[in-house]
Design a protein. Structure first.
Length: 400
C-alpha cells in the first residue's frame, strides 16, 4: 500500500521570467508600476496561463518555480521572458519576495490548499488554478485561509467561465427574467480521445512512487480529486453560479468505468449526477471521457419562457417557436433560436485580464468561498456515485 503523501514535501518549486513593459500599457499603468507576478508550478497549465499573464499589458514576470528542473526548463522555454528571471525550487522563496505582488498557483490539485494558505499569509494577490482541493479536508483548509485573507487582495480561481462576456450576458438574462423561472440546469462535460495506453517507458522509481504520483498527478484521486473534481468541476461551478452561488443540499447519481486503466486509480470515466438546490432547482452533470475525439462542453438553462445555452465558444438564447404548423410530429427542426453570440477569444484571457485589472483598479475580487464550495459540490457528487447512494451536503461536510 502506497504511503500517504506529505503535502509539504511534494512540491516546493518556483522559477521566474522577466518582461520589459512599455509605458503604453492597458489600464494606464507605467512600466515601472507594472504588477509583478510569480508562477508557482510550471507544468502544462502553469505554462499556458503564465503565457497569457506575461502577454497582459501592465504585468511583469518576476519569478518561476517548480520542484523539477526539467519543468523549470520548460517554463523558461514556453513562458516569454522566463529565462531572464530567478527560478526557484521552493515555492516559499517566491512568496518571500516583497517585490512580487501576485502569484499564479498551478501546482497539483492536492497541494492547492497548502500553497493557497501560504500565499494568503504572504499577503499576495492570488490566481489559483481550479479546483480548490482534492478532498473535503483540503477544501476546508482553503476556506479557513480565505476567511483570514486581506480583503484588499484579489483572490481568483481558474473558473474562467465567470469572466467570459458571453457567460456574463447569459447571467444577466437569467437575473432579469429573460427566460422566466428556471427549475432545471444541465452541464455537459463530454470530451476526450481514445482510451489511454500505458506509457512505453515507465517513469523512474517503483510503480506508484511518490515521484510518479506528483508527475502524473491527474491520474490519481489522491492528488487530483479524480475526473469529477479535477475536470468536471468547471461545469459544477457553473451550475452553482447560475444557482446564484447557492450550494446543493444533496446529490445522487450513477457512474462507471468502460475501459481498463493504463495508470492511476480512476474509478469512473462516465458520470450522471443530479444536484438538488433549494427552491426545487435541479442541476445535472453529464460527463463522459474517452469519446474518440467528440467534444460537447456546454450548459443549458431551462426556463419557463426560454432556454439559455452557454459554452466557451458562444451563448445562445432560445424562445417560444413562432410557427407550430409542422408537417408531421417527426419534424424536429429547431426554429427557436432568437440570439447567438460567439466568443472572440479563449476565455482564460478574459479571466487573466480581469485578475490584473482588479489589482490595478483596486477593486479586489474574492472568489475563495465560491471556489471552495464548487469544489465541495463536485466532491459530494463523487461521493454519491462512488458509494452508490444519496449524499447530503451536511454528511459530506462532516466526513472530514
Amino acid at each position: 500500500m502506497e504511503k500517504k503523501m506529505t503535502r509539504r514535501g511534494a512540491l516546493a518549486g518556483a522559477g521566474a521570467g522577466l518582461l520589459i513593459v512599455k509605458p503604453k500599457t492597458a489600464f494606464s499603468a507605467q512600466a515601472n508600476s507594472a504588477v509583478s507576478f510569480g508562477v508557482i508550478g510550471t507544468g502544462g497549465r502553469g505554462r499556458y496561463v503564465g503565457d497569457f499573464m506575461v502577454k497582459t499589458p501592465g504585468t511583469r514576470l518576476a519569478a518561476i518555480c517548480d520542484k523539477y528542473p526539467d519543468r523549470i526548463d520548460l517554463g523558461k522555454t514556453h513562458i516569454p521572458g522566463a529565462d531572464t528571471v530567478p527560478a526557484y525550487r521552493d515555492y516559499q522563496d517566491v512568496l518571500s519576495k516583497r517585490d512580487i505582488d501576485a502569484v499564479l498557483i498551478a501546482t497539483p490539485v492536492y497541494l492547492h490548499p497548502e500553497h493557497f494558505e501560504a500565499a494568503v499569509q504572504a499577503d499576495k494577490h492570488i490566481y489559483c488554478e481550479k479546483p480548490a482541493g482534492a478532498d473535503v479536508a483540503g477544501c476546508k483548509r482553503l476556506l479557513r485561509a480565505g476567511e483570514k485573507a486581506n480583503k484588499q487582495k484579489t483572490i481568483q480561481f481558474g473558473y474562467q467561465q465567470r469572466f467570459s462576456p458571453e457567460y456574463l450576458t447569459a447571467m444577466e438574462y437569467l437575473k432579469t427574467g429573460r427566460i422566466g423561472e428556471m427549475k432545471l440546469m444541465m452541464s455537459y462535460w463530454v470530451l476526450g480521445g481514445v482510451p489511454p495506453k500505458a506509457p512505453e517507458k515507465p517513469l523512474p522509481g517503483a510503480p506508484a512512487s511518490e515521484d510518479e504520483k506528483i508527475r502524473t498527478w491527474g491520474r490519481w484521486e489522491e492528488t487530483s480529486g479524480g475526473p469529477i473534481v479535477e475536470q468536471d468541476c468547471h461545469g459544477v461551478d457553473t451550475l452553482n453560479w447560475f444557482a446564484m452561488d447557492a450550494t446543493p443540499t444533496k446529490a445522487w447519481g450513477t457512474a462507471g468505468r468502460r475501459y481498463p486503466l493504463a495508470g492511476g486509480d480512476w474509478k469512473t470515466d462516465y458520470h450522471n449526477i443530479a444536484f438538488y438546490y433549494p427552491n426545487g432547482l435541479e442541476g445535472w452533470l453529464i460527463s463522459i471521457k474517452h469519446t474518440a475525439g467528440y467534444r460537447d462542453v456546454k450548459e443549458q438553462l431551462y426556463g419557463s419562457l426560454g432556454l439559455l445555452e452557454t459554452s466557451r465558444k458562444y451563448y445562445k438564447l432560445h424562445g417560444p417557436e413562432g410557427d407550430w404548423r409542422f408537417p408531421n410530429a417527426d419534424d424536429l427542426r429547431d426554429r427557436s433560436l432568437i440570439e447567438r453570440r460567439d466568443s472572440p477569444r479563449e476565455i482564460t484571457i478574459d479571466a487573466v485580464e480581469a485578475f490584473f485589472k482588479s489589482i490595478v483598479e483596486k477593486k479586489p475580487i474574492h472568489m475563495w468561498k465560491s471556489a471552495g464550495e464548487s469544489t465541495l459540490t463536485a466532491i459530494m457528487g463523487r461521493m454519491a456515485v462512488h458509494q452508490k447512494r444519496e449524499i447530503t451536503w451536511d454528511e459530506m461536510m462532516r466526513s472530514a
